[in-house]
Design a protein around this ligand. Structure first.
Ligand code: ASP
Ligand code: MG
Length: 297
């Protein structure tokens, strides 16, 4: 009996460690076509009996648009046209990719989010003041909208797909704009959430987190990569894949150096150095959780 139990434990542990994290950046969620590609990639994984945890960014350009709206409102500028543009980008995706009977509940939820955003921007406009805390709250709408929307689209194809806001389990201090993660608490909460939902295909918002008081914080611009690494380290993932619009890590920025080429392999330290010295492909702190995990075990 005890031998059986031991075997079963080992088996469960194996399931636990073979999961992967797949992170899709703004361009990979930025259009109907790229969302279809993302779903095809996931289908490939699922056919291979994998159930990755998926981390998503805001649609491309959305975070910049949110920054512009918030900063503009603080200067007294009207944001109505930009808000309408934001809504349209999401609603167009829903119209193209959600079956007609599933569209209304999705529109309703997104409309609630956009109304909250509008209230917030109206507050900034009235007060002519934008604090770091309010700014994080405004920026959070990008990932919250994209992840909810793609979760719903994915659920049509993959039963059991759910979306969740990372504020539930990524806990930070109150350094708004570049919050510092409480790794110990976060690890525990991430594992707890995953254990309760391990039968599901989980879509998680990148970039956002929460402080002890439950207020939204962000991990710094480009921080969705970091979200993927935090989850990967907590769940002992065998792999963290960062899907983006360039082919791997390159020797230089291909927009500036035409002869730049993809590097087939890098050590953690080399990747860390490249990102700290400016390679935009990975958000610098991303390597740390993965690196720590690798050398702890
Ligand atoms: N949406 C956020 C940004 O644009 C985070 C990310 O995409 O990684 O900075
Ligand atoms: Mg990025």
């Amino acid at each position: 009996m005890s031998a059986f139990l031991q075997k079963r434990k080992a088996f469960l542990f194996n399931i636990y460690v073979i999961m992967k994290i797949l992170k899709f950046g703004g361009t990979s969620v930025g259009s109907v076509q790229s969302i279809q590609t993302l779903l095809n990639i996931l289908e490939g994984e699922i056919k291979n009996k994998q159930k990755p945890v998926v981390v998503l960014s805001a649609m491309s350009g959305v975070t910049n648009l949110l920054v512009a709206m918030a900063e503009g409102a603080a200067e007294g500028k009207d944001f109505t046209a930009q808000l309408a543009e934001l809504e349209k980008r999401h609603f167009d995706v829903i119209k193209s990719l959600l079956d007609i009977q599933n569209q209304n509940p999705a529109f309703t939820r997104l409309k609630i989010l956009f109304n909250q955003l509008e209230d917030l921007l109206q507050g900034i406009l009235t007060l002519r003041e934008l604090t770091p805390k309010t700014r994080d709250m405004v920026l959070s709408f990008g990932e919250r909208c994209s992840t909810f929307m793609i979760g719903k689209i994915a659920a049509q194809r993959f039963p059991g797909a759910i979306s969740v806001e990372a504020t539930e389990f990524i806990k930070t201090d109150s350094s708004f704009g570049q919050a510092k993660v409480n790794m110990e608490l976060t690890d525990l909460l991430v594992r707890g959430f995953y254990q309760e939902n391990s039968s599901k295909l989980i879509f998680v918002t990148g970039f956002i987190s929460a402080n002890d008081a439950g207020q939204i914080t962000t991990l710094g611009r480009g921080g969705s990569d970091y979200t993927a690494a935090i989850l990967g380290a907590a769940l002992n993932a065998e792999e963290i894949q960062i899907w983006t619009d360039v082919n791997g890590m390159m020797t230089a920025d291909p927009r500036m150096v035409t002869k730049a080429f993809s590097l087939p392999e890098l050590t953690y330290t080399e990747a860390m150095e490249l990102s700290y010295f400016g390679a935009k492909v990975i958000y610098p702190p991303t390597m740390i959780p993965a690196f720590m995990k690798k050398f702890q075990s």
